[in-house]
Design a protein around this ligand. Structure first.
Ligand SMILES: Cc1cc2nc3c(=O)[nH]c(=O)nc-3n(C[C@H](O)[C@H](O)[C@H](O)COP(=O)(O)OP(=O)(O)OC[C@H]3O[C@@H](n4cnc5c(N)ncnc54)[C@H](O)[C@@H]3O)c2cc1C
Length: 374
């Protein structure tokens, strides 16, 4: 008997929406459900006082993947935003990622050679047992104490000496004055917000928000659809039968202030241990530049606080240590036995994925679907 849908897609984030777009182009009937009250997943944004606010953390689109870029540009125009992050350590401002500006601010060095000498002088050369020693071996004492330690400890909720070294494999150091955060060919923020991108991808697709897959659809979906695309947590899909995967969470505090410009830049990291938040986003800087910023007399800010994950809360960052990766591998082995379920996206794959890689992963998943039919 013909079912109502070819695909039931759980999750209206970028993975689900990108997959749905491809399926719809191929004439497939899709139903997308999401437990949140809106589409877009983590990239959801909304207008506050005419300012586009990134609800779940700042999102800057950057990619060198032409296929992904072309797909995104079908639906939105990107502005010329380039990310330049600043760090505030007890009121002193430094440039990130570490570059000659940072070293000038820290030591007064001017040339690559002077900065290199300073870094070499401070580098730790002993055995590495933890994140602190790893960071000291990469960037030395001053940079570590000022820009790495406090931020990392807040992020992970533990002292750096108790964190495993693998968390920081590399700390990019640029011996040039280039402070562009990303190196990708294409970068920017969608002028009409990520909402428009996601709406474009989901145009013509039936969507039900506020609908949790675990609220009954998990038992019934095979009666409705031929195949399932699942972008939620894999441990949740299997009811935690092997135990639960660990995550770090975040808390966001949004605020509107009656001043045109609060910090002069989109993203300010707070790298000291005493300040409880890790960063402050000033959203208008994503869209407006220079004098344009002053045209709107108010500004919207978001303070980001790292938080322990509590069951039922939002899972933001996977904790990809040995225990969790091992546990995930067991779930993945179960998933590989499913013949009518496609798992994808940052939650189902238990990985941090940038937006472009999420979209690429959905495009690849669709390609595999097409090959399966032949
Ligand atoms: C703080 C932060 C900042 C980021 N900044 C950037 C950036 O600057 N640039 C960049 O490229 N990337 C960034 N990313 C990554 C980006 O957010 C992800 O690549 C993208 O959102 C992943 O999309 P997704 O569809 O895999 O997951 P999600 O967006 O999480 O979508 C999954 C959806 O599935 C739904 N769901 C889960 N389980 C169920 C269920 N049982 N029933 C119904 N619905 C369910 C969820 O509600 C969610 O909406 C950032 C991520 C974070 C956490």
């Amino acid at each position: 008997m013909k079912k109502d849908y070819d695909y039931l897609i759980v999750g209206a984030g970028l993975f689900g929406a990108t997959f749905a777009w491809h399926a719809r182009q191929a004439g497939k009937r899709c139903l997308v459900v999401d437990r949140r009250p809106h589409t877009g997943g983590g990239v959801y944004d909304r207008l506050i006082e005419g300012i586009n606010v990134h609800e779940y953390g700042p999102h800057i689109f950057h990619t060198s993947d032409e296929g992904v870029w072309r797909l995104a540009c079908r639906f939105v125009r990107f502005n010329r935003f380039r990310l330049h992050v600043k760090a505030n350590y007890k009121g002193r401002i430094y440039s990130l990622p570490f570059n000659l500006n940072t070293f000038r601010e820290m030591w007064g060095t001017a040339t690559p050679e002077e900065a290199r000498r300073k870094l070499e002088e401070q580098r730790y050369r002993g055995e590495i047992h933890n994140l602190e020693e790893q960071a000291l071996s990469l960037v030395g004492r001053d940079v570590y104490e000022t820009l790495v330690k406090g931020y990392t400890e807040k992020q992970w909720g533990r002292p750096c000496r108790e964190l495993p070294a693998f968390i920081i494999r590399r700390l990019p150091v640029r011996l040039t004055y280039d402070d562009d955060y990303f190196n990708d060919t294409w970068q920017g923020i969608p002028e009409e917000g990520y909402r428009r991108l996601v709406d474009g991808l989901l145009e013509g697709v039936e969507v039900r928000t506020g609908t949790d897959f675990s609220g009954g659809l998990d038992r019934e979906w095979r009666r409705m659809a031929d195949r399932l695309v699942y972008t939620g947590r894999m441990d949740e899909f299997y009811h935690g039968c092997y135990g639960w995967l660990q995550y770090r969470s975040l808390r966001f505090e949004h605020e509107v202030r009656e001043i045109p410009d609060a910090q002069g830049t989109a993203l300010m990291n707070y790298t000291d241990r005493g300040t409880p938040h890790t960063r402050v986003v000033e959203h208008k800087h994503f869209a407006a530049f220079g004098e344009e910023v002053r045209r709107n007399p108010v500004t919207a800010l978001t303070r980001e606080y790292p938080a322990a994950y509590v069951p039922g809360g939002e899972a933001y960052y996977p904790v990809n240590d040995e225990r969790n990766n091992g546990l995930y591998a067991r779930y993945k082995a179960l998933a590989e036995r499913e013949t009518d379920v496609v798992f994808g996206g940052r939650l189902a794959e238990y990985r941090y994925y940038d937006m472009d890689r999420t979209m690429r992963s959905a495009m690849d998943a669709w390609e595999r679907e097409c090959r399966r039919k032949i």
